[in-house]
Write a protein that binds this ligand. Structure first.
Ligand SMILES: [Cu+2]
Length: 252
């Protein structure tokens, strides 16, 4: 877009995931047990509760290959400079050193940047792009994988439970779930890629953003579900010298 934002939208639609049950309506004795794992959508049909989890592998180069992950966290600190206020709004900024430190739940109250410290904008701030995975609406955002931590599924698909991953570029690492998500007894994807805990500072980084929704079925989705969207945004952050939207063509 003209404002420098790069956006990705992915949507789910199609026929609801359902199973057959005994109950025709919610007033039958069998209804409570039949709907333990889902919603009664039609006579004898339950839409089962599940998740839609997406991961986007983004081999980014922010103004070159020498990139780093930067965390910016808003904080409230005491005002020690006088005046009527007792507190101040400040930010704490941290450069993340390694792949395992980078892997984290995405907190939308914070800022995560991929930064090139060798390039600066007009006032000397390093050029960055902000990383934003998000989802939610009718289907609530998935804060992680809804599996017990003792489940083989949980340990096979680590990418599902954390929304932000950064790895040092490796051409063999293409799929967040690994090559064998269905037939492996362990993680062959991001969980394994980050085991060697490479440095991700000032190097060719790959950003992996996970987002998704928990799908609790409702009657309005039967038999065809309206599209539910998930999103990734990459936004310029001190990348330009000013808003890039002011150079539109002058009227003729
Ligand atoms: Cu669904």
């Amino acid at each position: 877009q003209q404002n420098g934002t790069i956006g990705i939208d992915a949507g789910a639609t199609g026929i609801e995931a359902v199973k057959g049950v005994k109950s025709k309506t919610m007033h039958e004795d069998t209804a409570k047990e039949d709907t333990r794992y889902g919603t009664l959508l039609d006579h004898n049909i339950v839409g089962t509760t599940h998740q839609h989890i997406y991961n986007f592998r983004l081999d980014m180069d922010v103004d070159g290959e020498q990139n780093s992950l930067v965390e910016v966290n808003p904080v409230v600190l005491p005002n020690d400079r006088g005046g009527p206020r007792t507190s101040t709004m400040q930010t704490e900024t941290k450069v993340v050193g390694t792949e395992q430190q980078a892997a984290q739940k995405f907190d939308p109250s914070t800022v995560r940047l991929l930064t090139n410290f060798s390039k600066e904008n007009k006032v000397g701030n390093p050029v960055s792009y902000q990383l934003i995975p998000y989802a939610g609406g009718t289907h609530p955002v998935a804060k992680g994988a809804n599996f017990g931590k003792d489940e083989w599924l949980y340990h096979r698909l680590s990418f599902m439970d954390k929304q932000l991953w950064v790895t040092q570029y490796n051409p063999e690492e293409k799929y967040p779930e690994g090559k064998y998500p269905n037939r492996s007894d362990k993680d062959s994807g991001l969980g394994q890629f980050t085991q060697d805990n490479h440095s991700i500072e000032n190097t060719d980084d790959v950003v992996w953003l996970t987002t998704g929704t928990t799908h609790i079925a409702r009657a309005e989705e039967w038999p065809i579900m309206p599209t539910e969207w998930v999103h990734v945004l990459l936004k310029p952050w001190n990348f330009f010298d000013e808003t890039p939207t002011l150079n539109l063509n002058a009227p003729k």
